[in-house]
Design a binder for this molecule. Structure first.
Ligand code: SF4
Length: 175
């Protein structure tokens, strides 16, 4: 026990080194996304997250968008509690057979214009859950998907880039 206590004093903690912050790149990306949303929609972008059967790894990355580091609300992007207030459905996980109807009803409750974003490898094609008896497939097997964001899980910065990609073609149509 004494040896263990002594080693804990001299050993470094078993944690990963924090990524080097690139605050400026993040601020530019999120500001572009905020501007794109205001230009195309005339207001901020409202996102409804739907977990269609994920392992919650993707949710952890999506939640990070609201933490003190990413803090996307400062750029006018917000997560909403109801699909009736949403512009984007951000769907994670393979669509399980139990969640299929709920996902379809959420889509039908979202007003037009709306976009569906499939976030994470499971949402793209079922990922590591593909072929399971409980899984209907990727999000595209149930809903029309406008954008796929691959990754297991996709990091927050890739989710932001994906949302910007979604709005940019709309901006070029409007100009
Ligand atoms: S893509 Fe990876 S992190 Fe996301 S739900 Fe699937 S297994 Fe989990």
């Amino acid at each position: 026990m004494r040896k263990l206590l002594f080693e804990s004093l001299i050993r470094r903690p078993l944690t990963e080194t924090a990524p080097s912050p690139d605050e400026q790149a993040l601020a530019e990306l999120a500001a572009s996304l905020g501007r794109a949303a205001r230009r195309h929609l005339g207001r901020s972008l409202s996102i409804r997250e739907v977990d269609a059967g994920s392992c919650n790894g993707c949710e952890l990355e999506i939640h990070a968008l609201n933490n003190a580091y990413y803090d996307i609300e400062r750029f006018g992007l917000r997560f909403v509690a109801s699909p009736r207030h949403a512009d984007v459905l951000l769907v994670t996980g393979p669509v399980t057979k139990n969640m299929r109807e709920a996902l379809e009803r959420t889509f039908n409750a979202t007003p037009d214009p709306k976009w569906v974003v499939a976030a994470g490898d499971c949402a793209v094609d079922g990922g590591c859950f593909a072929g399971s008896y409980a899984v209907a497939g990727g999000v595209a097997t149930v809903l029309p998907v406008d954008l796929h964001i691959p990754g297991c899980p996709p990091p927050p910065i890739e989710i932001l880039k994906g949302l910007l990609t979604l709005l940019q073609p709309q901006m070029s149509k409007a100009t």
